[in-house]
Design a binder for this molecule. Sequence first.
Ligand code: ZN
Length: 185
Amino acid sequence: MYYKTLPVVLSLVFVPCVAWAEKHDHKHEHEETRQGHVHEHGVSALKIAIEGKQIEMELEAPGHDIVGFEHEAKSDEDKAAVEKAIKLLKQPLSLISFPAKAGCKLASSEVEVHKEGEEGHAEFHVHWEFTCTDMNAITPLQTKIFSQFPNMEEIDIEAISEKGQTAIELEKGAVEIDLSAVVGS
Ligand SMILES: [Zn+2]
């Protein structure tokens, strides 16, 4: 008699435990995912893709790094700062320049401002395309990005080409980007 009721009792005890554990794991994963979207102030990311005669670059920079704030620009001063930054980012050859013999020209340029996560972190998303006549001559690139955006502390660069890929941590004050790992034969 007692043995027959035992499995029923056990299942009643275990079911709520399993349900709780699943719920708990799910919540944990969700929190991690959300944190993954929030950028680190001072750290921008630059992706460089080289293919044929084209170089594509994508810059993701916290608003903090570009204009020093991330709230919605309402005052004239803040609006002017955002407009000035967009203008600068739309002319990347004043931020990043290639050796003259590479014959690189700007093909397209797009700048967007996004809000990331629930904390209201604004981020600049920039997309640049360049065409070059001699891709073997593009390295090293010269950059004025740290002097133009003094709040920027670091740029994490990932570059990829048919030759391979490389990751570069560019520290504040750097003026050169060495792409020799992905350029040339
Ligand atoms: Zn932020």
